[in-house]
Design a protein around this ligand. Sequence first.
Ligand SMILES: NC(=O)c1ccc[n+]([C@@H]2O[C@H](COP(=O)([O-])OP(=O)(O)OC[C@H]3O[C@@H](n4cnc5c(N)ncnc54)[C@H](OP(=O)(O)O)[C@@H]3O)[C@@H](O)[C@H]2O)c1
Length: 214
Amino acid sequence: MRPFVTLTFAQSLDGCIAARAGQPTKISGAESAAFTHQLRAEHDAVLVGVGTVISDDPRLTVRYAHGSNPRPVVLDSRLRIPLTSKLLAAPALPAVILTTSSGSQQLQLLIESVGAHVHRIAANDDGHVDLHAALDHLSSLGIRRLMVEGGAMVIAAFLQSELVDRLIVTVAPVLLGGLHALEFSPRSSKLPKLRNVVHRTLGDDIVIEAETRW
Ligand SMILES: NC(=O)c1ccc[n+]([C@@H]2O[C@H](COP(=O)([O-])OP(=O)(O)OC[C@H]3O[C@@H](n4cnc5c(N)ncnc54)[C@H](OP(=O)(O)O)[C@@H]3O)[C@@H](O)[C@H]2O)c1
């Protein structure tokens, strides 16, 4: 059985997750950042795309809440992850890098020499890591609950593949005019209906949580 997938991101009032593509942008406040860290602690692994690693250099750890660090997972079809990224250079747990046959052996050896694990997964028609195969693989590693933290292409890919079970979106009272959360997403007819919607206010932000129905 594939892992249960929680898709989560922070967006501005105008639906943006960054001021522009590739630019790290602080959107949510301290209270919702702590909530995100609590969510990380409730998952076995946290997954991002290599685009987010290159632009934001996240640690994906639990620092503003109590609990264990989840296993960091990166979708990286061509092994573009920088060796200097915090996930490789200063890991709390060894990162799992999911790549395809396009990632070179030499890069794999370099990445593994710093302690991360590289796993080769089937590619989809676009040459990216196939998400169904990726989730099956993560399941075989014992990952039951997966948190997907973005960025825009990865959000779209999980929605497109109908692989989201729960959606948690933090909406912050700022306007960005930048990279939209659903920039690359499928047509509205392909998006899930939301049910059992709950929302809470954390500082100045509103966090909306819902189950998906496909
Ligand atoms: N506000 C938030 O909550 C939040 C959270 C995270 C990120 N962000 C923002 O999002 C932006 C980065 O987003 P992004 O769209 O550029 O990058 P991304 O979604 O983080 O990563 C996209 C890359 O992942 C790789 N990938 C591998 N398999 C894939 C698959 N099946 N589907 C999609 N991608 C796959 C692809 O590179 P290869 O082809 O080389 O594998 C692709 O270019 C940054 O500006 C960051 O600040 C915001």
